[in-house]
Design a protein around this ligand. Structure first.
Ligand SMILES: *[C@@H]1O[C@H](CO)[C@@H](O)[C@H](O)[C@H]1NC(C)=O
Length: 500
């Protein structure tokens, strides 16, 4: 018997095909540009596009809501040549995106069909998180119940609050949540990273009333439900969740500029006061404390005590695109670690910088030497084996786990092919069932956001068709990273998923 299953979410998720056209043209232009520049030994990273970027300040790459045009070309000349940043292809042009009303997915609207030879049933077979993933410092090894644990999975940035369906920033339809988690399981993930679940501050210039802390020290009790549900549902699917607590930028779900604005701090130098202004630091402390002490209404478990959460991340891409800003100083990261540790002694802490090696100067981030940091991280846009090789060699002796928190899994921007990149990461993984030498780090790899597949950057349907081979490569890689036999074809999921 052959199952017709839908790997992807339903047709409501495939709006904006007109944008897809634009995007592909832009991507093609970007690729040509990139190919020309790729001779550089160390390529620059590009900003990931969460499409509409509304600044509350004026960083160089900022867009404004009324004139969401590609940012002005900026060139930097370094020893590795000059490049244009950021790429226009990663932004949506035009004033706004049309927001389609949220719908509950039904089988009749499922498209495109994916003919799967096997599919997961129910919530899959991953064990439900009941104990914490911890780090063994001597071996720099993450373990679960005494066995090595390697983080693999997708980013699903819209999992709690979205920008494409329903009013901007509104809570994600729970059927979409379940479907996304099912897809993650089918692809071999054991963990997801979900930016809009952890980052939820401000009002986005009064355009988004849904965030968790819309104004200073006022928490929106309605905003907890989706977070509680995502953690509850993730537990049901056997997935763990990385929660990132703020963003370096100013997208609809907010970020560091909200804390600066609330405390009327300077926005100069890409918001550098975020790391030194006492009132701003205290405001972030309040957000974190409220967040990690919240009690889940579905499970009754306080967040600080929930093994479904695998780690807190101090921010997303602090230090900025292509490391153009400054990393948080030692004093700030130490303060954030202490803030978390006041209530939470159990979760891992990720120093949420955009890389930790400055490929221009050779400088390293403070988090690399701070004892409270368990994991250091980087995002690969484009994929670049030179940078992660160097970072691996720095993280290992520093006894930090290395999380590749995002990377470009498409063929669009990178000269290093996906298989080469994934093979390099695999060459660093620990061997389960064998003694792991004290010097061997386990590499953590969370894939490029699945939003690219099921929602998102306008590429939607076409990106999926074009990228099927890459999605399979990625799924097989995640299975191998976790010492399971990889599937020969993509595994399907039922659409819609069972309701619970
Ligand atoms: C990396 O070095 C460049 C050149 O000195 C500097 O402009 C940039 O701010 C640095 N990045 C970080 C994150 O420190």
């Amino acid at each position: 018997m052959r199952f017709t299953a839908t790997l992807l979410a339903c047709s409501a998720l495939f709006a904006q095909l007109g944008h897809a056209h634009d995007l592909r043209d832009q991507q093609a232009r970007q690729k040509r540009h990139h190919d020309a520049a790729s001779a550089a030994k160390i390529e620059k990273r590009y900003p990931p596009g969460r499409e509409t970027f509304i600044p509350t300040t004026t960083p160089a790459y900022a867009l404004s809501i009324s004139s969401a045009t590609p940012p002005a070309t900026k060139t930097s000349s370094t020893s590795s040549g000059s490049q244009t940043t950021p790429p226009p292809g990663q932004y949506t042009t035009g004033t706004t995106r049309a927001h389609v009303a949220a719908t509950t997915t039904t089988p009749t609207t499922c498209a495109p069909p994916y003919i799967a030879t096997s599919m997961i049933t129910g919530t899959g077979t991953l064990p439900k998180p009941t104990t914490f993933v911890t780090k063994v410092y001597r071996s720099n090894q993450l373990t679960l119940n005494g066995s090595p644990f390697t983080i693999v999975g997708p980013n699903i940035f819209w999992l709690c609050q979205g920008q494409d369906y329903g009013p901007l920033g509104s809570y994600t339809d729970k059927s979409m949540v379940r479907e996304a988690l099912a897809i993650a399981v089918a692809m071999g993930a054991n963990t997801i990273r979900a930016l809009s679940c952890g980052i939820s501050t401000g009002t986005y210039n009064n355009l988004n009333p849904y965030n968790l802390e819309p104004t200073f020290n006022n928490f929106n009790s309605a905003a907890w439900d989706i977070r509680d549900y995502v953690l509850y549902a993730a537990r049901e699917y056997g997935l763990r969740v990385i929660l990132t607590l703020t963003d370096n930028y100013a997208y609809y779900h907010g970020g560091k500029y909200d804390f600066l604005n609330w405390r009327k701090a300077s926005l100069a130098n890409n918001g550098a006061d975020f790391y030194t202004n006492r009132a701003v630091m205290s405001a972030y402390n309040t957000y974190i404390t409220n967040f990690i002490t919240h009690v889940n209404s579905y499970t009754g478990v306080a967040y600080y005590n929930d093994p479904t959460i695998i780690a807190w991340e101090t921010g997303n891409e602090l230090g900025g695109y292509i490391n153009a800003e400054v990393w948080p100083p030692y004093s700030w990261t130490k303060f954030i670690v202490q803030t978390i540790r006041k209530y939470d002694t159990k979760h891992l802490i990720i120093d949420g910088t955009n890389g930790f090696w400055n490929y221009t100067t050779g400088a390293t981030s403070a988090g690399l030497t701070l004892s409270g940091v368990d994991i250091v991280t980087d995002h690969s846009y484009p994929r670049n084996t030179g940078i992660i090789n160097k970072e691996f060699s720095l993280a290992k002796p520093a006894l930090k786990n290395f999380l590749i928190g995002e990377f470009d899994w498409t063929t669009t921007y990178s000269s290093t092919d996906l298989a080469t990149y994934l093979n390099l990461i695999e060459s660093w993984k620990p061997l389960v069932g064998e003694y792991v030498p004290a010097s061997l780090i386990d590499i953590l790899c969370v894939g490029m956001r699945i939003g690219r597949v099921v929602e998102g950057l306008g590429g939607d349907l076409r990106a999926w068709e074009a990228d099927q081979a890459n999605i399979l490569l990625l799924a097989q890689h995640w299975y191998r990273m976790t010492n399971r036999t990889p599937p020969v074809a993509l595994v399907g999921v039922a659409c819609p998923q069972p309701v619970f």
